[in-house]
Design a protein around this ligand. Structure first.
Ligand SMILES: NC(=O)c1ccc[n+]([C@@H]2O[C@H](COP(=O)([O-])OP(=O)(O)OC[C@H]3O[C@@H](n4cnc5c(N)ncnc54)[C@H](OP(=O)(O)O)[C@@H]3O)[C@@H](O)[C@H]2O)c1
Length: 303
């Protein structure tokens, strides 16, 4: 029997209904959740991601302001300009969340700028303070993509509790944060977690042990049927462009998993597109609402 397809669009839509209700309550109490998006330079993919965030924010009642910075000058001047903008947004009580869209132009130090964002407004959860809090089980925010993966699992009948989860990829943005989240002793986590990377000698030998296999390597169709244990749940985070002359735009998007092959072995699988992608934007917006709520509570306590 072919694998059940996990519909990320449907799960994201359900979460957005919950989120819209929460935002409506915040607005009724006089708080308009507000996100500042810093877009530096002219990266085409970044521009389209930012447009998607702006549209999704508007749908849920969140105010999103896009700050465009020309990234073509000397990298140090660009850093100074972005840093000054971050300082201003940090100081603005009407702004609850801030994201610096990555990648930045060549030579601009992303780490330095990410660390300049007030951790209480860091809704991408990339500030070292927020990363550290995830590791010690005291998260303020979860990064959007790992949180989207975790919610997909929980809401689609594949709770990670007690399961062996194998993650392929150890980036701060996805693999490492997800491992830190799923290993915690709490509901919706409590998994035995193995993390693979390019230093893993026999990848298939490890991935075949997974009850839940999560691919976040950025390698088109890296995971094939022979690397998956029959009955496993497979989550494909990868988004890769491959040339396709039959498409008008000259390429198509594929994941890190060979969907057709793995579907013959797995119990459930996410498609690309339509799996993890729609969850990412939704969980980012959920962090903005959370930041607005925390800001309101801090105000109520005179902080
Ligand atoms: N759907 C979404 O919303 C969403 C969001 C974020 C990212 N993504 C996609 O997810 C993928 C991963 O993103 P990322 O930012 O985490 O990428 P990244 O920073 O490039 O990290 C990739 C990780 O995969 C590991 N890796 C690469 N090739 C491998 C191989 N052949 N065998 C084992 N491990 C391998 C790397 O190992 P080393 O550490 O040893 O180099 C690294 O840890 C990309 O396709 C990206 O576009 C999707």
């Amino acid at each position: 029997m072919p694998a059940r397809t996990i519909d990320g669009k449907a799960v994201a839509a359900a979460i957005r209904v919950e989120l819209s209700n929460e935002v409506a309550k915040l607005r009724a109490s006089g708080v308009v959740p507000r996100l500042a998006v810093l877009l530096v330079g002219e990266d085409a993919a970044s521009r389209s991601y930012v447009t998607a965030k702006e549209r999704a924010a508007a749908e849920t009642g969140i105010q999103a302001d896009i700050h465009r910075i020309d990234g073509s000058g000397d990298p140090r001047d660009v850093e100074e300009q972005v840093g000054t903008l971050i300082d201003g947004l940090n100081a603005d009580p009407a702004v609850h969340g801030m994201i610096l869209q990555l990648p930045l132009p060549e030579g601009v130090n992303a780490d330095g700028l990410l660390q300049r964002i007030d951790p209480r407004k860091d809704v991408d959860a990339l500030h070292p303070e927020n990363q550290g809090r995830i590791v010690i089980g005291q998260a303020r925010f979860y990064p959007a993509t790992p949180h989207g993966v975790q919610q997909l699992l929980v809401r689609c009948g594949a709770d990670p509790g007690g399961k062996h989860v194998v993650i392929v990829g150890r980036s701060r943005l996805v693999g490492l944060s997800l491992a830190a989240m799923l290993v915690q002793k709490r509901a919706g986590a409590n998994a035995t977690v193995t993390v693979c990377h390019t230093g893993t000698p026999d990848l298939g030998a490890v991935t075949r042990q997974a009850d839940i296999l999560i691919a976040a390597a950025g390698q088109p169709q890296l995971i094939t049927a022979g690397m998956v244990r029959p009955g496993a749940v497979v989550i494909d985070v990868g988004v890769n462009r491959v040339d396709d002359a039959t498409r008008k735009r000259g390429y198509r998007l594929v994941g890190d998993v060979d969907f057709d092959g793995v579907s013959t072995v797995a119990e459930a699988i996410t498609p690309v597109p339509g799996g993890v992608g729609p969850m990412t934007v939704t969980m980012l917006l959920s962090n903005v609402a959370r930041a607005a709520r925390m800001h309101r509570s801090a105000g109520a306590h005179g902080n």
